[in-house]
Design a protein around this ligand. Structure first.
Ligand code: KIV
Ligand code: ZN
Length: 391
């Protein structure tokens, strides 16, 4: 099995479904071009039948982006598939992503149908999509809660009908990592023609497990991961691309590679956040404002001695500015001395002692220590020593 993992970005489809995140066509093209620079393999550009604007966005992205495969979503419905095919007319390499709910829950309560009818509809959808494009991805919606023998049965049949990629979504974010991984493994062990398709993971984050589940799926044979920038997406979001890619890059023992230019992560994260009006939480892994900030004395001392004492990722590798030392009342002398020196003041031992004493008083009384506080402190210390004229 290949060690290449295909990165399928759905920021502009699953991500854009979030209330308040809607973009117009020109904005979507800007993000799609950035995704191309980032090196994603597939861009899910929209849900063609959902609105004329989404249809137009898929067309414009197809015209403006040439490297990644451009994918259009559809339900397993004739008009959806025809519309998806039409939206892809300018794509150099187009993919139709079609599918249907496969869990007992969806079959009974959403479609009010039967397993046999769902299977028939799925197969017909793939055959129709295949009459337009070679590359057809089938999503087994709510696979996370599906009955395994039925999941294996429908996957076998849609591959026979021509599906090239099988998407196994944990639509509701229900699964635990071991169970999701076992589901993927079950497909490899029980679908006789599974070698004819790429298995894809698509995990939602309702229990905060989207990234862990995606990695578990990859460890059990999946080779495409569906994800979004900053993890945006329905409800609690999708798997965040920067997390999954950096896990693969950091854990080289997994022997799984992507083509992503990881130094583009912070710039694209900021662009998506700003354009979609979705702030990134400061403690977000990889791209959060605090991802490379150190504020406790013990950590600051360690990082200043050797960055790797407390950082497993080089900030440069993800396009973040260098590791930050944040001064708080928990900081130590090493951090204060470092920050003073960055401002151009190299402190003697006794100066540092005086400055540190004053620093703790200030830090206890304000929330954030600013550059102006440090200047005040050094000014006071040096005036007290008679070596600096206070301005
Ligand atoms: O979460 C999901 O099941 C989806 C499908 C439409 C692929 O987004
Ligand atoms: Zn989804």
């Amino acid at each position: 099995m290949s060690d290449k993992v295909y990165i399928f970005d759905t920021t502009l489809r699953d991500g854009e479904q979030v209330p308040g995140c809607q973009l117009n066509t020109s904005e979507k093209v800007v993000i799609a071009k950035e995704l191309e620079r980032l090196g994603v393999d597939v861009i899910e550009a929209g849900f063609a039948i959902s609105s004329p604007a989404d249809f137009q966005s898929i067309q414009e992205i197809s015209k403006n982006v040439s490297e990644p495969v451009i994918c259009a979503l559809s339900r397993a419905v004739k008009l959806d598939i025809e519309t998806a095919a039409a939206s892809l007319q300018y794509a150099k390499r187009g993919r139709i992503h079609t599918g249907i709910g496969v869990s007992d829950f969806h079959i009974e309560h959403k479609f009010r149908s039967t397993h046999d009818k769902i299977l028939e509809q799925g197969v017909a959808a793939v055959k129709l999509a295949k009459s337009y494009v070679e590359d057809v991805e089938f999503f087994c919606e709510d696979a996370g809660r599906a009955n395994l023998p039925f999941l294996a049965r429908i996957v076998t049949e849609v591959i026979k009908a021509g599906a090239t990629v099988i998407n196994v979504p944990d639509t509701t974010g229900y699964c635990l990592p071991d169970d999701y991984g076992a589901k993927i493994r079950y497909l490899f062990e029980n679908v006789p023609n599974i070698d004819k398709a790429i298995v894809s993971v698509h995990c939602h984050n309702d229990l905060g497990l989207a990234t862990a589940n995606s990695i578990s799926g990859l460890r059990n044979g999946a080779r495409q991961v569906e994800c979004t920038i900053n993890g945006i997406g329905e409800r609690a979001g999708n798997t965040s691309m920067e997390e999954v890619v950096m896990i693969l890059k950091t854990h080289t023992d997994l022997k799984l590679q992507t083509n992503i230019r990881t130094e583009r992560f912070c710039p694209i994260s900021k662009l998506v956040s700003r354009m979609m009006n979705m702030p990134v939480q400061p403690n977000k892994a990889i791209v959060g404002a605090n991802a490379f900030a150190h504020s406790s004395g013990i950590h600051q001392d360690g990082v200043l001695k050797k960055r790797e004492n407390y950082e497993i990722i080089d900030p440069k590798d993800v396009g973040a500015s260098e590791s930050k030392i944040i001064l708080t009342a928990r900081s130590g002398r090493a951090a204060l001395s470092h920050c003073m020196s960055k401002l151009g003041f190299d402190l003697e031992k006794n100066e540092l002692e005086m400055a540190y004493k004053r620093f703790l008083e200030v830090a206890d009384s304000v929330k954030n220590i600013e550059e102006s506080h440090l200047i005040d402190i050094i000014s006071e210390v040096r005036v007290a020593q008679g070596s600096f004229q206070k301005v």
